[in-house]
Design a protein around this ligand. Structure first.
Ligand code: F6R
Length: 564
């Protein structure tokens, strides 16, 4: 249960555990582990499996929660991923007399294992014979009555084996395992592992294989709240360190060859990572003149543009199904591929030709914050390397500027936002994706409708929505677009919308025309992007707290979206 709590950020609509006691013992429940009001779960045994769910097939309820059992209640499984051909398999199994209890795709797997067990009498071969029948993605754990082995299998969903002392673990990531060991093996697609307390054996195509044991340098402290009321605030405060560590790790020497002078770049990513891609595009084109395009990974597979050259997949988790699929598609088009991720051993590392790791440490809160800043550290270092180290000094001190904005008093913007019906965010150039990200953070954790716009676009329709209940947050920095931004702000004011502006601390003009002015202390290339972002994260965070939202686990979401 303690381990599952650490994985709850991956899905939190229901949970369950099964142990090998006197028979298979199961407890499962709709809702979150942290809110579980029932008596402590008392199961017996020393071998067990557990799961937290993010519903795909079947509503979140006790029955659809994992683990799922076979007809005879002798085999239990938990599953992450999706079995795409489950409907057909389910029909066949029902026609052969199997009784289904849930609406999940997962349940077919345990019934097929049941049939194969009856044929071979051996758990390992029963699982190995089952896997070729499954289309889709899975990380599976299986236990069966009368056995001391736990079987783990993966294809397309992450699975890590933790190597302990007289105890072994399998989990979706290392966070629940760190308490017990820092030694890990990352399974490859197609691997089937057999765990006992004493040893771990791995098979690929029924043949024994070995996987390297890696030391994970995330500390136990990293996965605790450390006195902060929410992981999100802790992670926002960890951003200076995350930026600093990443800038130092990505040096001119460690940059892979494929990223040094590409002719063109295509970025594929989702959500916040897509926004870092957009910021990168602006920086890359402006500083280095390298033509760049940014595509939603979810569109790329089905509507691939005529790509060539380098394709970069940006994914904090390294497990986002859409981004993995897009990178595979890029390889089909003979493109070279680079992944940028935070998670060692994640699926994207196996797909891309080369991987660059950011150094954000584990991010638990569903909303991306420090991983966003660390992604920017990687991308800014790439631009810096291409500019012969022109930004070395700025990047090696940028973490201090981030630190300076953490303690800013944002009570006024928060008071305005928390009563808003809708909030617009506007910016130009790289501050346009900054505004997209600010709006995403706000809607995601506060549930207030928020939209980011390129500042010039608001007058082409959205102006119709302006009112005193729709504040606009304008990111208005000195430079070429300053004058036109000020005009845009005046247009907004003339239509009754309250304006919160984020700008340079020396800006007298803005202070006079806007309702609330948020002064940024330092105006340097790159740094303004980072600090304005942190201000927007904090405004979203404090607004969500003021509204009593579940900041770390917003409704309907999950941290790692492993389905297309
Ligand atoms: C928003 C957020 C998501 C992720 C998106 C991609 O706060 O966290 O939008 O950015 O799901 O995730 P990764 O980067 O893991 O591919």
């Amino acid at each position: 249960m303690e381990g599952l709590k650490k994985l709850e950020y991956r899905g939190y609509d229901s949970f369950g555990v099964a142990t090998l006691g006197s028979g298979i013992e199961v407890a499962k429940n709709q809702g979150r582990i942290s809110e579980y009001a029932g008596a402590a779960i008392k199961l017996h045994g020393k071998i067990g499996i557990g799961h937290t769910r993010w519903a795909t097939h079947g509503v979140p309820n006790d029955t659809n929660a994992h683990p799922h059992l076979d007809c005879a209640n002798k085999i239990a499984i938990v599953h992450n991923g999706i079995i795409e051909n489950f409907a057909e398999l389910r029909r066949d199994l029902i026609s052969r007399g199997h009784i289904f209890r849930s609406d999940t795709d997962t349940e077919v797997v345990v019934h097929i294992i049941e049939e194969n067990m009856a044929k071979s009498g051996d758990l390992l071969s029963a699982v190995q014979d089952t896997l070729p029948l499954l289309k889709g993605s899975y990380a599976l754990l299986v236990i069966v009555c009368g056995e001391t082995r736990l079987i783990a299998a993966r294809s397309g969903s992450p699975l890590v084996i933790g190597i302990g002392d007289g105890e072994n673990f399998a989990a979706s990531d290392m966070t629940p395992v760190l308490e017990h060991t820092e030694r890990a093996m990352f399974l490859e697609d197609g691997d089937v592992a057999v765990l006992t307390p004493e040893k771990v054996e791995i098979f690929q195509n029924q043949q024994p294989v070995s996987r390297p044991v890696e030391l994970i340098d995330w500390s136990l402290e990293d996965v605790k709240k450390g006195g902060f009321p929410h992981y999100m605030l802790k992670e926002i405060y960890e951003q200076p360190q995350a930026f600093f560590n990443t800038v130092r790790a990505i040096t001119h020497d460690t940059l892979p060859k494929i990223i040094q002078h590409p002719k063109s770049v295509t970025i594929v990513a989702c959500g916040s990572s897509y926004h870092t891609g957009l910021i990168f595009k602006y920086l890359l084109e402006e500083s280095l003149g390298i033509p760049s395009r940014v595509e939603f990974a979810s569109e790329f597979k089905y509507f691939p543009p005529p790509v060539q050259g380098l394709v970069i997949g940006i994914t904090q988790s390294g497990e986002t199904a859409d981004t993995l699929t897009a990178l595979k598609q890029a390889k089909i088009h003979n493109c070279r591929t680079l992944a940028i991720t935070n998670v060692l051993g994640s699926s994207v590392c196996r797909i891309a030709d080369t991987t660059l790791f950011m150094r954000a440490g584990p991010e638990i809160s569903v909303a991306a914050t420090k991983s966003f800043i660390a992604q920017l550290a990687v991308l800014m270092q790439i631009v810096n390397a291409g500019s012969q180290g022109k930004y070395d000094n700025i990047l090696s001190h940028a973490h201090q500027a981030i630190e300076d904005v953490l303690l800013m008093d944002l009570a006024k913007p928060v008071a305005l936002c928390k009563n808003a019906k809708s909030i617009f965010y506007i910016g130009r150039g790289p501050f346009y994706p900054v505004s997209l990200e600010g709006a995403l953070k706000m809607k995601e954790i506060s549930y207030i409708h928020a939209e980011g716009y390129a500042a010039g676009e608001l007058k082409h329709g959205p102006f119709a929505l302006l009112s005193p209940e729709t504040p606009v947050i304008a990111i208005c920095m000195p430079g070429e677009t300053y004058g036109v931004m000020v005009s845009n702000i005046k247009e907004l004011k003339a239509r009754g919308a309250p304006v919160i502006a984020i700008g340079s601390a020396n800006d007298r003009e803005l202070t006079e025309i806007v309702d609330i002015f948020v002064p940024l202390p330092e105006m340097k290339p790159f740094v303004q992007i980072l600090t304005s972002l942190v201000v927007l994260q904090l405004i979203a965070y404090y607004t969500a707290v003021a509204l009593g939202r579940d900041v770390d686990k917003p409704r309907n979401l999950a941290k790692s979206v492993t389905v297309e």
